[in-house]
Design a protein around this ligand. Structure first.
Ligand code: MLT
Length: 407
């Protein structure tokens, strides 16, 4: 008898963004004439930077000629892309990462969901609350969650983010083995200082733990004092894996390209307590189950690091950050306290009412889609997240409609 993985029965509802899409589709069906503005899922709206488009085209052209055609690419990704990443994202920031420690993939979402596979199912996982739901659900699927009680999985250690801690969780009192951190944070938009990240690295070193650091929103950092990578922190190479993505940096949500860094010195432990390098394990997993990102896409991603690409990416991010500033200004004028939106495309807004109710009100009264905070965890109740990813016209229109509906 074929039996299902019963851990799937422990998942709560459907994936957050699928639930929202379903609700919006129902609303549209019931209100066919209404124009909806989506500031929910963080999906980019502006075209790829010109440098990426040119590189993309030339990559496709190379595929049309037998002399330059490429089949399967190198397992970890093309060296030209890994070298550009090592130089620009790491060496220029005094973080020591070698091209061989970088694995190109089709998304930080996939990597953050897949990485847990190389660790034992009886470890303790520390999950921020609120949190990007993929970290939770992938560990539930793997059987690390335990029972669901009072809005929480019993076997997780929850790292709570509140106004009081500036939405940067404190170190847990309990012992955790695998720790998920994301800065600039999704969903709160908060950032962590070097000292805060250092305390997490020290915790991981002391507790033989490992940090999965999601840096998907790193390009939005404008404050020079904020670290761009966990590898700017001493000791991090031993205890951290970092994921980054071209999705939000350069508009690749539909194009798909990201990377994960597993330093040669990063370690975990076997059942006998012996230290084991993590990189060969991830290499084994990656090369067994994944066949790489297409050559033209990797060429397009490498163009992000060209002089023109750097300028164009900066302009793109500045554009979304100025959308964020408009959203913050309007929401604050309506009396809502906001955080995020400065080094992040996400604005985290205190509504002091049920998150889904507020979501429904915005949808019904203003025709604007946001993300209910409670969808990111218990600590997100009473908040909504508004994303700055949209055209200027739509952001301004959405804020006018919200002001009219809620003012
Ligand atoms: C979000 O809105 O949180 C993100 O766009 C989701 C994702 O990157 O998968």
């Amino acid at each position: 008898m074929i039996r299902i993985n019963s851990n799937y029965d422990k998942l709560q509802a459907s994936y957050l963004f699928s639930t929202i899409a379903k609700k919006v589709a129902e609303f549209q069906k019931a209100n066919p004439g209404r124009e909806i503005i989506k500031l929910g899922i963080g999906d980019v709206t502006e075209p790829l930077p010109e440098a990426c488009i040119q590189a993309f085209h030339s990559g496709v052209d190379e595929m049309t000629d037998a002399g330059t055609f490429r089949g399967y690419g190198p397992e970890q990704g093309y060296a030209f892309l890994r070298e550009a990443i090592a130089e620009n994202d790491y060496a220029l920031r005094d973080a020591e990462i070698q091209p061989d420690e970088i694995f190109i993939s089709d998304g930080a979402k996939c990597d953050s969901g897949n990485l847990q596979e190389i660790f034992s199912t009886d470890i303790t996982v520390a999950i921020p609350d609120p949190v990007y739901p993929v970290y939770v659900d992938s560990n539930v699927m793997a059987g690390r969650a335990g029972r669901w009680e009072n809005g929480r999985y019993q076997r997780f250690v929850y790292l709570e983010s509140h106004e009081e801690n500036g939405f940067v969780p404190d170190l847990p009192k309990e012992k955790a083995d695998l720790i998920y951190l994301c800065f600039p944070n999704n969903p709160t938009g908060s950032t962590a200082t070097k000292e805060q990240l250092k305390s997490w690295v020290d915790y991981a070193l002391e507790n033989k733990a490992l940090i999965l650091f999601d840096g998907a929103y790193e390009a939005f950092i404008r404050d020079d004092t904020i670290p761009h990578s966990i590898y700017e922190i001493e000791g991090a190479r031993e205890v951290s894996i970092e994921m980054k993505s071209f999705s939000k940096t350069a508009g690749f949500t539909g194009t798909r390209c990201a990377f994960t860094v597993v330093p040669e010195t990063c370690r975990a432990f076997d059942a006998a307590g012996g230290s084991r390098r993590v990189r060969p394990l991830w290499n084994r997993r990656h090369t067994t189950k994944f066949n790489g990102v297409s050559y033209p896409v990797q060429k397009a991603a490498a163009a992000v690091y060209s002089p023109a690409g750097k300028q164009q990416v900066k302009r793109l991010i500045d554009f979304y950050l100025s959308n964020a500033a408009i959203i913050v200004k309007k929401m604050e004028a309506l009396g809502y306290a906001c955080s995020g939106g400065k080094n992040s495309p996400y604005i985290w807004i205190i509504t002091e009412t049920d998150s889904w109710e507020f979501f429904d009100t915005l949808l019904n009264k203003a025709g604007v889609v946001c993300t209910p905070g409670s969808g990111f965890g218990k600590c997100g109740e009473g908040f909504i997240r508004i994303s700055a990813f949209n055209s200027r016209v739509n952001v301004e229109k959405a804020m006018e409609r919200i002001t009219k509906a809620m003012g």
